[in-house]
Ligand binder design. Sequence first.
Ligand code: ADP
Ligand code: ZN
Ligand code: ZN
Length: 761
Amino acid sequence: MLVSTSLPVPLYKTFDYKVPTGIQLPKIGCRVQVPFGRQTLVGLVIAYTNVEDCQIPDNKLKTITTIIDKTPIVDEKWLKLASWLSNYYHYPLGDVIGVMLPTLIREGKPIHVASPHWRILPEILSSQTKNNTAPPQISARAYKQIEHYKSLCVFGENGIDETQLNKHNLTKAYLQKLADKQIAERFLQTPAEPKQAKIIESPLSLNDEQSLAVTTIVKAQNKTSYQGFLLNGVTGSGKTEVYLQAMQPVLKNNQQVLILVPEIGLTPQTQARFANRFEANILLLHSGLNNRERLAGWQHCRDGQAQIIIGTRSTLLYPFKNLGLIIVDEAHDASYKQQDTLRYHAADVALYRGLQQNIPVILGTATPSLEHIKLVQDGKLTELALSKRAGAAKPPEFYLVNACNKNTTYIQQANGQAVDSGLTNEVVNAMRKHLQAGEQVLVFINRRGYAPILLCHACGWQADCPRCDNHLTVHQSQLNTQQPSYLKCHHCDWQSYIPTSCPTCGSHNLDAIGMGTTRLTENLHALFANPQTTKQTYPIIQIDRDTTRQKGSWQKIYQTINTGEPAILVGTQMIAKGHHFPNVTLVVMPTADRGFLSADFRSPERTAQLIMQVAGRAGRGEKTGKVLIQTLQPDNPLLLELVKNGYQPFAQTLLNERQMLGLPPFAFAGVIRCEAKNHQQTIAVLNEAKSLLPAHHQLTVLGPVDAAMKKKNNRYQSQLLLLSKNRQQLHTVLNTWWLTVKNLPTAKYVRLTLDIDPVVW
Ligand code: ADP
Ligand code: ZN
Ligand code: ZN
């Protein structure tokens, strides 16, 4: 017998190896080290092959170097998931597995079921004096050692997991010193079976719609069969309470619950709501973890230590001991689609996993994607509607505000100039009224930085990125400095100083055009926080990627908002996602309707989702919320429909349009992107690929054309779009054609990628 292994190489096949004589065959799901060319690679055994069935002559066959694992690190279901992903996304199995495994596992690091812990030696702990003085072996001046001694005492006999040392300001070096003095020890702890999760906060009494949702989901759980749900609940309808109560029987049954959240939703608030309800092992998995923490998390999912797992997209690819329920919160969110390597969509993969494991899957959102609405209409998802806000909260009231020039509020500057604040008088007055009533106001602007464009008024020159087809954004290094201070490309991070004169005509008449979060914050300061011009000033909190980059900054912002004191929150879409700030009663959107003007056919859907999500932050407490949307097109039919009738009828209008045009979700798409230093080359390769499509393929083929951003980071990108009314038809063509294209001699000089179910083209 030979073992077939998957290796981390971009080839669409598996690799057979011999096993040294006298050594037992490694089990399927174990890692092995194998020679590959001049390298040694870590592979995963995925099958056995008979020597006779192997294409490679015996003298060419190589032998496994080492068998890393005695027992499989993943089970068959996980391997089946890997091969499904590989087939569906047409991505090499070895690379799929590479994406699915944490780095340290990929590198062949051993898996310890027992994990290293540190503790004070039990005999020292038990003889420890009441006043907690350190033992005499530690000199009175070794402050650090004394500190470590005292901290470690707190963890008692069970000690502390080595991966948690940092969190408690403990360093291995000092602990080792204690160990050398026979005070502490490092030992291996096999994790005990977790205790059954306990409810520690009484569940809310549900309203009728919530109650129906919970019973329907629980019924599906009892049948131990797959069922996909779209929990379609308006903002503030209490979706989380439905999750919490649907989780209850699963946890009672000693099964695990996986909750997927968009990257930015992973805030202390999310975690707190689960931790307040259940005493359980709650595991948080987000992009901020280091490799060791990630490995530990992976193992806790696999071994069943983690009972409630709250994670971002990639957590869905982990192995689980006994998963009982998957929840995808804010299922419409764009961050669920991976945009490089294995381009999977977490909501789709969640449904597959549910089917595979015979468990229910809940997709929860207030603004379902058109894809998910269509799945409901096709009978593939069961819709659970929550049409009203929970408790006493009322739906927010929408108002359109005409943003034409004559309504604008100007800010008088020290030099006598009046500057357009970007806000209308009506908006500014409403803000003042709400603040004076002791309430919070949220202003949404989907652009960070100071201004999106630097323009020369004399000749029309604009500061563009030399590497991308993109304007450079004007940034200020600090708030409140008068001069904008540098230019930055949001696509490739290229930066430069702001020229003092126009590089084309020499004019000094350069101006920052448009508005980002920093500029809006500055304007709001002038209007609401300048003690020289206003009696009452209010704090202004800017929330975007630039102000939340630092660790712990989100937490601080949360604390400030949660005091409920009147304040203005200014932010990008980061503030749109799922947050619950009960004292926000007014939401202002100065430019949000711009998306209705975009040429991208998906833009109206995204814009509407964003508007409804941002609006959903208003009036979640006792007081009714108001939403003011500034617009230059107060009679734009799309905007009017959304504001008057709400998201559902709006989405149906869009769906009808998509059906007429034969666009997704009424067609299935694959985009082939080609990237190279030379633009012509990208088009040539795609044309060659197109010519190789099988005769009578029955697909709609569009392109090759330039990508929406033709040049990015000094490389050109073109694309070829394949559309089909029938999913199977598309995949049948791709199954043979894509491999042929990848193997084209000309393909060696470009980067070719395939994106199934793309969300941008
Ligand atoms: P969503 O996620 O649907 O936007 P949340 O789950 O954040 O809404 O719930 C909004 C608020 O309503 C929360 O403060 C929550 O505690 C409260 N809530 C949820 N369900 C109920 C209920 N049945 N009765 C009273 N309040 C509820
Ligand atoms: Zn100029
Ligand atoms: Zn750039």
